[in-house]
Structures are given as C-alpha cells and as structure tokens.
Design a protein around this ligand. Sequence first.
Ligand SMILES: Nc1ncnc2c1ncn2[C@@H]1O[C@H](COP(=O)(O)OP(=O)(O)O)[C@@H](O)[C@H]1O
Ligand SMILES: [Mg+2]
Length: 257
Amino acid sequence: MTGRLRHLPPTSAGAFADAILPCRFAGVVYEARGKRLIDGLDLEIVAGPRTVILGPNGAGKSLTLRLAHGLIHPTAGRIVWQNRKLDGAGRGPRRQAMVFQKPVLLRRSVAANLDYALAVHRVRGTARSRRRDEALARTGLTAYARQSARTLSGGEQQRLAMARAWALRPQVLFLDEPTASLDPAATHAIEEIVQAMHAEGCKIVMTTHDLGQARRLADEVVFLNRGRVVERGPADRFFERPESQPARDFLAGKLVW
Ligand SMILES: Nc1ncnc2c1ncn2[C@@H]1O[C@H](COP(=O)(O)OP(=O)(O)O)[C@@H](O)[C@H]1O
Ligand SMILES: [Mg+2]
C-alpha cells in the first residue's frame, strides 16, 4: 500500500481502483401490478457517510434498497455503479451485501452458514476459515460456531446475518430495518457491528423506523415520500431544520409509518 493510500480516511472505499461507488439512480421508476411505486427517483450514493433512508410506511424505502442491491430491476430509468451497470452485464463480484429485517439462514451450524456464503463467493481454503473466524469474533459469535443457526435467538441470528455480510468484505452494505424485531440490547449489538464495519471503510445504507437509531447512526438522511426523494442532507440539519412539509410532518409523527 502506498503512503498516499495509507493516509486516506477509513471511509475511502471510493478511492480504490475496484471501487463500485458512487452509485447513481437516474429517473428510476418501478411499477408492479400497474402501480408506480418508485416514481422517477434520482439519488447518488457516495462512499463515506452513513446514509439513512427515512420515510413513512410505503414510501418506497425497501424497494429502493432492493433496486440498489439488484434484487429487482427498474421498469424505467437507470442505476449506474462505478464501472458497471446493474441492468447490463456486471463483471466480477459486486462487493455489496444486504441484511434484512428477518435473516434467511441455512439449517446448518453458524460456522457452516458463513462457510457457505464464502464458498458461493469463491473464497477457498485458509482464506475462507480465516475470514469465517474473524467474522465470528467480530460479531461475538465465536462460542456459537457449532450451534445450529436455527436455534439462535433473534438477536444472535441477526448478528450471524451481519457476520455473513462482514465476511464478504463488501464495499457497500444495505440494511433494511435490521433491528425492527429486536430488543434494545440486541439492537445495540447490531448498531455496534454496523459502526465497526463503517470504521473499516464499508459504506452503510440503511432504513429504519427507529428515529433514535437514525440519529445515532446517520451522517446523512435521504427522505422518501411516495416513491420520490423529497429531501436529502446532513443528518443534523434534517432533524433540526427539515426543509419540506412532508419531512416536518413525518418528524412530528403526523405521517403514518
Ligand atoms: N411487488 C409489489 N407489488 C405491489 N405493490 C408492492 C410490491 N412491492 C411493494 N409494493 C408496495 O410499494 C410500496 C412501497 O413499498 P416499500 O418499499 O416496501 O415501502 P417502505 O418504505 O415501507 O419500505 C408499498 O405501498 C408496498 O405495498
Ligand atoms: Mg420497508
């Protein structure tokens, strides 16, 4: 590593040659069953700041993350990543991961869940076991390695989902309400892991309906309403001086989640 790179801040994934960020949504439309659910969304996701997507229930937060992660595809408009298009032939691993409200785990041991994810991403041999053990340690799951994933508590299962994401060393991690069904202690544990991944240079893009969590984690807020970006800016400013009426209503609890 050169001296110049060594002195870059930890959240500088975008500075590297294989960087997939920034990611740009240009006029993205998503329609299902004749309904326009995402309605001409323009959004730039840049490396660095932790981005929290807020908005009332049904605003299109989950769809936006699923579009970004490539799980669904725009009906119109484009999503362009650095050096590749999601709707075109992407080359190589995309270096992005996603964690959902409810983790989907294999009916195998905790360690085997990580091994499987690494195998799918063609990480082999000692590199695989090293990454698996590191991810277990960083998520506090080392003692659970041989336990069946299905017997973990909800909080432990979500930690395993985070471990699986971390083991893949993504440049971007999308999290869709990752703590929505967890108690405060389990929520805190997940937030710590999110912070640790961010400190290592992983871009965080998450949704939450927990405004306390948004205040704790967000550097910037993207506020969605009815499938559009209504407002975007530094988190402090958003919470103290929201610029749009829908955002003011939302923060005042007048817009239904
Ligand atoms: N496959 C689908 N077919 C029809 N409607 C959908 C589909 N997926 C999502 N929706 C609707 O799109 C809107 C936005 O959904 P979503 O992104 O999940 O909202 P949220 O901001 O709460 O995460 C909601 O009204 C939802 O019911
Ligand atoms: Mg949602």
